[in-house]
Ligand binder design. Sequence first.
Ligand code: C6P
Length: 406
Amino acid sequence: MIFDIEKIRTDFPILGREVNGRPLVYFDNGATTQKPKQVIDAITRYYADMNSNVHRGVHYLSQISTDAFEVTRRKVQAFIHAKHEHEIIITKGTTEAINIVASCYGRPFIDAGDEIIISAMEHHSNIVPWQMLCDEKGCKLRIIPMNDNGELAIEAYKSLFSERTKLVSFTYVSNALGTVNPVKEMIDIAHEHGVPVLVDGAQAIQHVAIDVQALDVDFFAFSGHKMYGPTGVGVLYGKEELLNKMPPYQGGGDMIKDVTFEKTTYNELPFKFEAGTPNIEAGICLGDAIDYIEGIGLDAIKAYEDELLAYATSRLSEIEGIRFIGTAEQKSSVISFVVDGVHPYDIGVILDKLGIAVRTGHHCAQPVMDAFDIPGTVRVSLAMYNTKEEVDALIEGLKRALNMLL
Ligand code: C6P
């Protein structure tokens, strides 16, 4: 498949706008990606043609919106190669997906004295829900350490297992470092101990082809808004046998079969975990984002982004006093750095004046910053629509910023 960058860029209307009198250069894709007109149009179409609640009405509009919502579920199933469509739970995003596992797997199956393994490079969304569980149940967190390059120490990981280990949860790609973890190897190690694994796929789903069956992962979480889709929607994949033994997350409409004041019976999968009216438009249009990605092809996207990552890393190396935070051998789409004597925030503010959007700070991964003994970084996170010319603009901007600040 030909990767037509000009065509791709014209699909994203926002890339044509100016910010502070300069063409927008958007390098904050790890926070959220921009949306192609195929997704934007689908959102308008939903409200213009189909708006109605799902799974409830016998009337025409409710049926077509329900069908469209369920089509997305099947698209997600195919996209991540899940065995069953009812293993796809539509959530608000990665955060909610992880919280569902912490509540509905953690509360019933993890007890006082049990242990949960997470890694040193987790986003707060994959730390705090487990800490809350530990506070409630008296279980403990064990942390997989990382080396100075930001790579997880696999031998140390192996030594963390004990007969009390009940769950492992780690990120596929670090949002703060760009490290791509050896996910399959880590899942296999956990399974040798009979321990299920949750993988946080928030920073992987838009860059790497995912096959949950080949990975044999037990739970997999991601967000729509980081994969060119709408905000307010995400996915929890879970193996059928695990989801079936878990209680519902919230009570309300749609998650029940029968309600009397004496007793409620719960709906089957996936609806048991989807109480209340979902974000219907986002759920439906997540399917359009998947179509968009598949129309280009994740292999082509990955090849292009890897080349851009190498180019950006090499150009940034020209900057005097730069220190990359996260220099793992396997990286994807994220470059984090600090510059001697300059606060990351000041760089971000000046780049913004030049129309260049980067993220600065701890990136909701404060323990990563603590491990490197820094308050934060400047983070450049790439997407398929970024170009070498934009990287050149970043380098120019950075040089100007440093001239002013140093
Ligand atoms: N990281 C970033 O700028 P939500 O907010 O639920 O869509 O995703 C949470 C989340 C979970 N795990 C990882 C690895 C993530 O990167 C994120 C979101 C954004 O890096 C916003 S803090």
